[in-house]
Design a protein around this ligand. Structure first.
Ligand code: SF4
Ligand code: SF4
Length: 266
């Protein structure tokens, strides 16, 4: 088993993105975010991603089906079923080759830090919850970068992917960390927010409140700020995934905290 075979298997099981990094790239991260505190025998981090269908963002952009299609095909069902199946299949395939891998969801590590689940098992070890920052892991595996709006951006799909991680005891050939920036500080995300970014937990513009199981984090990919980012990335021709129609064809809708159309209230 080598990196090429792992990537082939991941793609066969449905992954659209795969990257690999040695765990030494996590040197310097806080103990509660260090994958070596989850699997001390681990050698490599594998990050896999499945793309979010652009069409579910389209339904949000047109406000014809707020949340319904996106929250399932773009978030909960995609992450909990499709990506989980890809992750599981890859782990089991690796075990059949004689190597172990710890699968992990790409949940918000900062939010997880607010959920301490117990005491350290011995002196010198961090208390649970130890949770790897998936955006850092994906970056170190060469998949992309975190944009100014806090969303993870890849040159393939922009903001449209869901990520999972595997820590394995197999040393694998690493990918290079990408240095080319896709986020260019265009500020479309900030300009596209009808409210204020301190109000995300009450956002009425397409943000999804994830609930207790995901540490009550706010998913902003389909929110006004996230859609503005995708529109900007596409308009600048930065993404390798191409479509026959532009993502943004009309002025985006905007709602206030009372869920009223801002243009009508004015
Ligand atoms: S909208 Fe522009 S500044 Fe904001 S994250 Fe996207 S690329 Fe970066
Ligand atoms: S659009 Fe919504 S989620 Fe995005 S920054 Fe504004 S309030 Fe937050």
């Amino acid at each position: 088993m080598d990196a090429v075979k792992v990537k082939e298997a991941a793609r066969r099981f449905g992954a659209d993105l795969v990257g690999i990094a040695p765990l030494s790239r996590f040197d310097g991260v806080a103990p509660e975010n260090d994958p070596r505190n989850i699997f001390p025998q681990g050698k490599s981090m594998i990050v896999i991603g499945r793309r979010i269908p652009r069409g579910v963002l389209r339904s949000m952009e047109n406000a014809s089906a707020v949340n319904g299609f996106y929250s399932e095909f773009g978030l909960f069902m995609l992450e909990d079923q499709f990506l989980a199946k890809t992750t599981y299949d890859l782990v089991i395939w690796m075990e059949a080759q004689g190597y172990e891998a710890v699968p992990m969801f790409g949940y918000d590590a900062d939010a997880a830090a607010g959920f301490p689940l117990g005491a350290p098992v011995e002196n010198g070890k961090p208390a649970p919850n130890v949770y790897v920052n998936w955006q850092l892991a994906a970056h170190l595996c060469g998949l992309g970068e975190t944009g100014k709006n806090g969303l993870f951006i890849t040159p393939e799909f922009g903001t449209l992917q869901r990520i999972a991680m595997l820590i394995t005891d197999k040393e694998l050939e690493a990918d290079e960390v990408r240095t080319r920036n896709v986020c260019n500080d265009c500020n479309a995300c900030k300009d596209g927010c009808p409210l204020e970014d301190t109000l995300c937990s009450r956002c009425t513009n397409g943000a999804v409140q994830t609930g207790f199981g995901r540490f009550n984090s706010v998913d902003k990919i389909a929110a006004a700020c996230g859609r503005a980012c995708l529109a900007s990335l596409e308009a600048r021709g930065l993404l390798t995934s191409k479509f026959s129609t532009p993502f943004r064809t009309d002025k985006p809708w905007k709602r206030d905290l009372l869920n009223r159309n801002i243009e009508e209230v004015k």
